[in-house]
Every structure is written in structure tokens, then in C-alpha cells.
Design a protein around this ligand. Structure first.
Ligand code: XUL
Ligand code: CO
Length: 438
């Protein structure tokens, strides 16, 4: 039995914006209806196993700052059971409904894939009981195919076909477990699917491998009747110099070239978006426009660092723009909001984990409320609708619908003496308007 980890046993409560408590929700009120749905359904929060329970506070210059008991136990399965207890305790304290994991987060590898699979299944059976008892759900599962040295040159895109085959076996088991646990999605983040130098890389071959692997995964999803989508998580670089699933546009090219838009969507992470030179809201809006929006990994990258700092997201005005795009897209369906975020390595108190999640859940709630106000008010949508309004005129629709050829359009322009009249984009007026909702 582990000694009490957090300083409290009582779940964190909603106490409203004026609460003086050290630890309380001020904005996240799970049952409050926002745009027709309770906040808990609008937000579908998930706690990430890896950052919360697996990362010990290391960085390239220093070791374990957290000194958690389970990182220093000889019996890996006993440590895994301790982490499982703690995950469900964390979910209860935060009032979060979902969690997410990599296979390697939940159980030790042992000495063979067979042993690893058995370990993963054993912990999954523990999850099953705890999920039923606490009404908790799995947002997604995924396979860690980037930590072990066998994956140093990639997983499915490895030059060695033995690694490709090994990955198939590992993903098969992880999909089985995810399905057995009623997972809402299955995620693929291409941890080392990329290259360090083109000099030793056959990029065309590796892209073919990636596509074949994705096709195999989708075929297997249908074979076992896994209902949720496969979510690819784009990232432009880190750990490799260049990752193939660079951003939403690149992933869309892969998905659409295979005709898999119905089965494969994207899980968009804030920090990955900005590493790719985009804003978070850009990636969400693009995915929604392309019909492949799945879910998000909420976190915050540092704008001065060129790497994935995975900080807890706290910036309400910025997050409002992301939630606006999510709400415009109709909100989450199978996907949700996974806290792919880690406390800083100096935040060594166990309760820092709670403060991080509560602070970020409140920030999400405020952003959601502000975005909902923008939508309910309708002023912004009216401005945009008006900006594109002329496309509703039959002659203009005809151009879009392919009813006119280039030379027919040209003839119409000349016959009318058409001279386009520039109109203001009103950017500052709109930015000012958005600020009135915050
Ligand atoms: C890494 C990352 C992963 C995925 C799951 O940058 O975001 O944790 O979310 O593999
Ligand atoms: Co992520």
C-alpha cells in the first residue's frame, strides 16, 4: 500500500469565480450547460498517463527531480499497479471522466513482446474494474514505438522490415486492449517516423511504409469492429529532425491519398502546431474544413523555445480562439481534450499535479464560455457571412459549381466590364469585438 500521495482525499469542487480556496474550480462547472451540452461533455477532459505518472522530472542536463516511489521499485508490475491506483485517484480528485495511455506507460516491457503484452493486459484488467466502479472512460490508447532503442531509426518507417513487423504486432495488441476497454479513439503519433539525415534515408520508401502501416491499422480496426476513429497526431520535428506527419495539411495528404477520410482523423496538439509554424486555431480550423477534426492535446509551447515544452495551457485569450474553432466545427464527437502537459521539473509537490490540471481546466472553461458567447451573439459569424455573401448570387455560385468554363467566365467579365471593388477586412474592428467577450 502506498502512503497518501496527494494532500487531500476530497474531490476538488466548483466554488465559483469568487472562491478564496487554494484549490477549487472557479469556472469549470461540469453540469453547467454551454451551447446545449454540459461543460463536461463539451470539454471531455482526459488525464495523460505519461506526463502525470511516468515522467520523473528529467531533462537532458539533469535527473529525476520528482523522486516518486514507483520509479524506484524493483518490481515493475507492483509499480504499474501503484500507478494505476494513482491514475484513478487523480481522476476522482479532479472529477475528470477520461484518461489516455501508451502501452509502455501502464506496464513494463519485460523480456519479450509476449511478456509485454501479458503485462499490458494484466493492468488493463485492473483498469476495467476501476473504470466500471468509478464511471471512468478511456479517451484513447496508443503504442509507444519511440522509447526503446529498437525504434531509434523509426517504427513503421524503419529501414529494417523486422521493426515494421514488430510494430504491427505491438499495435495489434494495443488496439485489442483499447477496444476491450471501450476506448473512444485509437491514436498514432509518429514518434520517430521521420529522419535525422536525408543522406541515409530513402524518403519515398519510408513514406510507402507509413502508408502501408496506416492501411493495415485501418483494416484491423474494421476486422475487430473498433468503432472509434484512428487519430493521427501531427508534429513537425522532435525527436527526429523531420517528422513525416508534419502538420494537418501533410497528414490530410496521406489520409486522402489512401481514401481513408472516414476512418482516420487528427488529434491536434497546441505545442506541435506552433512548432510547425502555425497557430493552434489554424490547425483546428483546417482540420475541420477538411473534415478530419478528431480531438486535441491541450498544452502550451514556449514561444522562445524550439522544442516541445508541453506546459499546462493557461492563456485564456489564446485558448478562446482555439475553442471558437472547435465549437464552429460542432464540438467534439469521439475526440476530447487530453492534457498532454507536464508540470515543470521544479514543481515537485504531488499537489502541483492537481493545481496544474485545475488551473488549466478553469482556463479551458473560461475559453469555452467566451467562445460560446461569440457564437451565441452571432456578430462575428455575421461579419464573415457578409464578407462571403456575394458567392450566394447564382452567377457566382455557378463558377464554384463548375457550371462555367474559364473562357465563359472571361466573356462575362468583359461583357459586364467587371471591375472588382476592394472592401475593408476590418481586422482591428473584429479583434476589438473578440476582446469584448473575454
Ligand atoms: C509527443 C506527444 C505524444 C502523443 C502520444 O510530442 O504529443 O505524447 O500525444 O503519443
Ligand atoms: Co500529444
Amino acid at each position: 500500500m502506498m502512503p497518501q500521495f496527494y494532500s487531500r482525499r476530497e474531490p476538488v469542487r466548483y466554488e465559483g469565480p469568487n472562491s478564496a480556496s487554494d484549490l477549487a474550480f472557479r469556472w469549470y462547472n461540469p453540469d453547467q450547460i454551454v451551447l446545449g451540452k454540459p461543460m463536461r461533455e463539451q470539454l471531455r477532459f482526459a488525464v495523460a498517463y505519461w506526463h502525470t505518472l511516468c515522467w520523473p522530472g528529467t531533462d537532458p542536463f539533469g535527473g529525476d527531480t520528482f523522486q516518486r516511489q514507483w520509479h524506484h521499485m524493483a518490481d515493475g508490475m507492483a509499480a504499474a499497479r501503484m500507478k494505476a491506483d494513482l491514475m484513478f485517484e487523480t481522476l476522482d480528485l479532479l472529477g475528470v471522466d477520461f484518461f489516455c495511455f501508451h502501452d509502455l506507460d501502464i506496464a513494463p516491457e519485460g523480456n519479450s513482446l509476449k511478456e509485454f503484452n501479458a503485462n499490458v493486459s494484466e493492468i488493463a484488467r485492473i483498469f476495467e474494474k476501476k473504470m466500471a466502479a468509478g464511471n471512468k472512460k478511456l479517451l484513447w490508447g496508443t503504442a509507444n514505438m519511440f522509447s526503446n532503442r529498437r525504434f531509434m531509426a523509426g517504427a513503421a518507417t524503419n529501414p529494417d522490415p523486422d521493426v515494421f513487423a514488430y510494430c504491427a504486432a505491438q499495435v495489434k495488441h494495443c488496439m485489442d486492449v483499447t477496444k476491450d476497454l471501450g476506448g473512444a479513439n485509437y491514436v498514432m503519433w509518429g514518434g520517430r517516423e521521420g529522419y535525422e539525415t536525408l543522406l541515409n534515408t530513402n524518403i519515398g520508401h519510408e513514406l510507402e511504409q507509413a502508408k502501408r502501416f496506416l492501411s493495415l491499422v485501418v483494416e484491423y480496426k474494421h476486422k475487430i469492429g473498433f468503432k472509434g476513429p484512428i487519430l493521427i497526431e501531427p508534429k513537425p520535428q522532435e525527436p527526429t529532425k523531420h517528422q513525416y506527419d508534419y502538420d494537418v495539411a501533410t497528414v490530410y495528404a496521406t489520409i486522402s491519398s489512401l481514401g481513408l477520410q472516414k476512418d482516420v482523423k487528427v488529434n491536434i496538439e497546441q505545442n506541435h502546431a506552433i512548432l510547425a509554424g502555425h497557430s493552434f486555431e489554424h490547425e483546428i480550423a483546417l482540420a475541420a474544413a477538411l473534415g478530419i477534426f478528431g480531438g486535441i492535446d491541450i498544452n502550451r509551447g514556449d514561444y522562445q523555445s524550439g522544442w516541445d515544452t508541453d506546459q499546462f495551457a493557461m492563456n485564456v485569450p489564446e485558448m478562446t480562439l482555439a475553442f471558437l474553432e472547435i465549437l464552429k466545427a460542432g464540438g467534439f464527437t469521439t475526440g476530447g481534450l487530453n492534457f498532454d502537459a507536464k508540470i515543470r521539473r521544479q514543481s515537485i509537490d504531488p499537489d502541483d499535479i492537481l493545481h496544474a490540471h485545475v488551473g488549466s481546466m478553469d482556463a479551458c472553461a473560461r475559453a469555452l464560455l467566451a467562445a460560446a458567447k461569440i457564437i451565441e451573439d452571432g456578430k462575428l459569424a455575421a461579419i464573415v457571412a457578409e464578407r462571403y455573401g456575394k458567392w450566394n448570387e447564382p452567377a457566382n455560385r455557378a463558377m464554384l459549381e463548375g457550371k462555367e468554363t474559364l473562357d465563359q467566365i472571361a466573356a462575362r467579365v468583359h461583357a459586364k466590364g467587371l471591375e472588382p471593388q476592394p472592401r475593408s477586412g476590418h481586422q482591428e474592428r473584429i479583434e476589438g469585438l473578440v476582446n469584448t467577450y473575454l
